[in-house]
Write a protein of this length. Structure first.
Length: 476
């Protein structure tokens, strides 16, 4: 019997259709999308519980802490409780952490159920590549296991950046992960790095009555924001008694049992009980043995990807913090779903939305979507501004939370909404009302929608009507 000249190769058999490394928002979005499409999915988590950095050290803990501190501030400022009910003299960081631990526990339980009911196979251990279809898993007891898949998604997240000249083993030097182990109430804290994480923790500690110094390596807070929002945050930080230092870089950090002293290149010094270093993040790629598949992360451990979240190796994808900007839990979840969709359909039709909303959980909150005044001015776009001050809203007066404003930027001629910026309590919720209209195509996106819509009264959403009328009245 003669042998065919071009025999067909037998299809390669893999243990799974896809392996997802990491169970944060990016990993969860990937795994759920793949599983619901009928794919055989394995998920690997290094930590003892699922949820990733988002659940255990980042988004969930910091926002839960912030909520507790905000409630304490409201309680202290509420005359009803101040005059009629005895209050605990002070609440410590350890006190508010207890609520945070409860929220984390609920999140882990809920998210674990997602994997279980969608028949994802969970592995707990450290993942590393053998080749572009094979992953070795090292369990906590040291045992090794190898699994294979057609496609692999890296969703390993990031961790706080550690400069080599700062001793993070010192008992009074913390990063944004280890600060959750703080078991005493400092009298004075220095936070180095005034990005989103630094500003959020500065709000938390100042809200607890801790003397707080916030050191910014740039010329203003959160410089990616609309300047008016950034200025408002700076004002309220200073008004709360916080010390801000802009355009500063540390030269060295001294630490002893009594505290820390930060020496700056400008010649200044700061002394405090402890230091929270919150200046930058590093992608969790160092343990993946990426050399085995020819991938090389950049200096911050981040991987390069194309618009479909594919790395330079076609069947290996990367999503979430491990690819850098925008480094948002919300975006990571969508990135995971988009990467999974390409694996399912082999068509890269889905894309991340152009205008991703930003939510910053300082006290008060800041949220924005779209372009800033500064960008529109540089682009020479003829825009106008509509504003609503929270102090003028009945709902805000009822809540006793009158700090804040809503600003809508719109095109003078077409009335198209170009950007929305909100400062104040519930800003991250309020922004989505405007985002829904801003995302409409053509004439569906117009500021006149808010002027012509009837809102519940009293509500915070009414700020859109007030801002719309304010802006339209400026046209001539």
């Amino acid at each position: 019997m003669s042998t065919p000249k071009n025999p067909k190769k037998a299809p390669v058999s893999y243990d799974y259709d896809a392996i997802v490394i990491g169970t944060g928002p990016g990993g969860e979005g990937s795994a759920m999308k793949l599983a619901k499409a009928g794919k055989r999915v394995a998920v690997i988590e290094k930590y003892r519980d699922i949820g990733g950095g988002c659940t255990h050290w980042g988004t969930i803990p910091s926002k839960a802490l912030r909520h507790s501190v905000t409630q304490l501030i409201e309680l202290k400022n509420n005359a009803l409780f101040t005059n009629n009910y005895p209050q605990k003299q002070s609440f410590t960081f350890a006190d508010v952490l207890r609520h945070t631990e409860q929220v984390i526990s609920k999140q882990v339980k809920m998210r674990s159920s997602f994997y279980n009911r969608n028949n994802c196979t969970l592995y707990f251990g450290e993942a590393s590549f053998i080749d572009n279809h094979s992953i070795r898993i090292k369990s906590a007891d040291g045992s090794l296991e190898t699994i294979t898949a057609q496609d692999i998604i890296i969703a390993t997240g990031s961790r706080p950046y550690h400069p080599v000249d700062i001793d993070f083993n010192s008992p009074n030097v913390y990063d944004s992960d280890t600060i959750l182990s703080l078991d005493y109430q400092p009298q004075h804290i220095v936070i180095y790095g005034a990005g989103v994480i630094g500003c959020e923790y500065a709000s938390i500690f100042r809200g607890l009555g801790v003397k707080t110094d916030l050191v910014n390596t740039r010329d203003r807070l959160l410089s990616f924001l609309d300047a008016e929002m950034s200025d408002a945050l700076s004002y309220h930080f200073r008004n709360s008694g916080m010390i801000l230092r802009h355009d500063e870089e540390y030269q060295k950090v001294e630490h002893s049992s009594e505290g820390v002293v930060i020496h700056f290149k400008s010649g200044k010094k700061m002394k405090a009980d402890c230091l929270l270093y919150a200046n930058g993040r590093t992608g969790n790629t160092d343990l993946l043995n990426l050399e085995a598949v020819g991938l090389k992360p950049d200096g911050r451990g981040q991987l390069a990807i194309n618009e479909n979240y594919q790395t330079s190796v076609d069947n290996i994808y990367a999503v979430g913090d491990v690819i850098g900007y925008p480094s948002l839990a919300s975006a990571a979840y969508d990135q995971g779903r988009i990467a999974a969709n390409l694996i399912i359909t082999r068509e890269g039709k889905r894309k991340l939305i152009k205008d991703i909303p930003t939510g910053i959980y300082t006290i008060p909150e800041i949220s924005s979507v779209g372009k800033t005044e500064q960008i529109l001015t540089q682009q020479k776009v003829p825009y106008e501004v509509g504003r609503a001050q929270f102090k003028d809203l009945a709902r805000s007066q009822i809540l006793g939370s009158d700090v804040g404003s809503l600003k809508i930027l719109f095109h003078r001629d077409t009335k198209e909404i170009l950007g929305i910026h909100c400062f104040g309590e519930r800003a991250a919720e309020i922004i989505h009302i405007g985002q829904a209209i801003m995302e409409q195509e053509g004439p569906g996106n117009t500021i006149e929608y808010f002027a012509n819509t009837t809102f519940n009264y009293p509500t915070m959403a009414e700020a859109y009507r007030v801002a719309a009328l304010n802006g339209l009245n400026r046209l001539f």
